[in-house]
Design a protein around this ligand. Structure first.
Ligand SMILES: [Zn+2]
Length: 451
């Protein structure tokens, strides 16, 4: 638009100049070295303007010729760079699509075309990972550590690689370095926490958890649920180091935070009994028994006085029953004490009461014990043991993640390593599917291995 307007103005100026000269005619005579030129003033002005325009055009052409080589090489550089970026993009797309060969090819191309290692290092490392060449990937990630702009990315790559190799110690080392470099990055603290838990560094895990909650990398609610488990891990860690006071202090913190969390109660009273604090321990057990009776609490309750007479133990368990008289677990606990005191009738009647809520395998086994101890009736005992095999299974600490069953609670599942995954539940019996066609075909008789 501006260009059009300036052209119109220039044209108008030329026309009005020509008209001005046409209105004011005049002659010009030029004498030079025997040459004589007679012409009008208008023509002279026109000629001078034409020569000036020609000189200007020639000058521009000369400038253009002079700059051409540098322009050509700049153009070539720009195209090369553009091709490099395209290779980089296509490489990234190939990585995302899981095309290992294409990713490797584009990584090499981008590396040659761009000649900028920080840009292509990550792609080369990812392509190597996709190709299953872990050693090459590790070299690329380690090289990335040397440049400040790629060091953090390199650390993350090495951390993931170490986790994949199940090398927790190396992974923890990289996670600690990542934390030193960028503590505010959202994945760093949770990753550090998970590795500390896996390695059993509970005190460090607790500090990481508190910081993660403070930085809001973990929600308050989740932090609370994890804290009680981590505190119990700290308690285990202290006990293993021979620090009973420390172990009790951690267990008490866990219990105070979540009094309804059964593992915290079991852990605290167990340690208190070990420390000789019997009275407060039995108070806590009585309290817990009113809410949720548990065989482990009964075991600790029994272990409080190992040298006590069997009949006195029965009195104590009668008191325990009074805190939750309708719960089958109360009757089973009392039956066990009665069995020890050879009070067969009482043991049997409490087991029968407990069996009204479900004849579990444990009740059947205890009934077998009574039959064998009271009358030496091995037939009746065997019948009870056979019934135990098909009875409702005993509850156990079941992993909600992998399904493993444990007799003792632990902060992490011993099989899959999941934190806070164990819950006190009754395992399921294997069930025969209703549709018979789902059954596997019968094994061939000839050459089949004996099962
Ligand atoms: Zn598990």
């Amino acid at each position: 638009m501006m260009r059009a307007i300036s052209w119109i103005i220039l044209l108008a100026a030329l026309v009005s100049g020509a008209v001005w000269f046409a209105d004011r005619p005049g002659e010009v005579t030029l004498n030079w070295q025997g040459w004589r030129i007679d012409t009008t003033v208008g023509f002279l002005v026109f000629s001078v303007a034409l020569v000036a325009a020609l000189v200007a055009a020639l000058y521009r052409f000369w400038l253009f010729l002079r700059r051409t080589p540098s322009r050509l090489s700049a153009y070539r550089r720009a195209t090369k760079r553009q091709r490099g970026y395209r290779a980089l993009t296509e490489g990234m797309v190939a990585v995302a699509a899981g095309d290992a060969a294409e990713a490797g090819r584009q990584a090499k191309r981008a590396d040659t075309l761009l000649g900028e290692p920080p840009l292509t290092m990550l792609l080369s490392a990812q392509a190597a990972q996709l190709n299953g060449d872990d050693a090459a990937a590790r070299v690329h990630f380690t090289n990335m550590l040397e440049r400040p702009e790629t060091a953090f990315l390199g650390l993350r790559g090495l951390l993931v690689q170490a986790q994949r190799d199940d090398d927790t110690e190396a992974a923890l080392h990289y996670a600690r370095r990542a934390y030193e470099m960028r503590p505010k990055t959202s994945w760093v603290l949770p990753a550090l926490f998970d590795l500390q838990v896996k390695q059993g560094n509970w005190a460090e895990a607790l500090a990481s958890l508190e910081e993660a909650v403070r930085r809001r990398a973990v929600s308050q609610e989740e932090g609370r649920a994890r804290r009680v488990v981590v505190l119990l891990g700290c308690s285990n860690e202290a006990a293993r180091a021979g620090n009973l006071r420390g172990a009790i202090s951690y267990a008490r913190k866990a219990y105070n935070q979540s009094p309804d969390f059964l593992p915290a109660t079991i852990r605290l009273v167990g340690l208190m009994v070990e420390d000789g604090k019997l009275r407060p321990a039995s108070r806590i057990i009585h309290n817990a028994w009113t809410r949720e009776p548990h065989p482990e609490l009964a075991r600790i309750y029994a272990a409080m006085a190992p040298a006590e007479e069997a009949i006195k133990k029965v009195r104590r368990f009668e008191r325990l029953l009074s805190f939750n008289p309708n719960h089958p677990e109360s009757h089973v606990a009392l039956a066990e004490a009665a069995l020890e005191a050879e009070l067969w009738g009482s043991a049997k009647s409490h087991l029968e009461t407990a069996a009204e809520s479900g004849k579990t395998a444990r009740i059947c086994r205890l009934m077998a014990d009574v039959e064998e101890a009271e009358n030496n009736d091995t037939d009746a005992a065997r019948r009870w043991l056979m019934e135990a095999a098909t009875a409702e299974p005993d509850p156990a600490w079941l992993c909600t993640s992998c399904g493993a069953a444990w007799t003792r609670w632990d902060p992490i599942c011993g099989r899959c390593g999941e934190l806070a995954a164990l819950e006190w539940r009754t395992p399921m019996h294997a069930v025969q599917p209703a549709d018979k066609s789902l059954n596997p075909p019968a094994a061939p008789t000839a050459g089949a291995p004996e099962s």
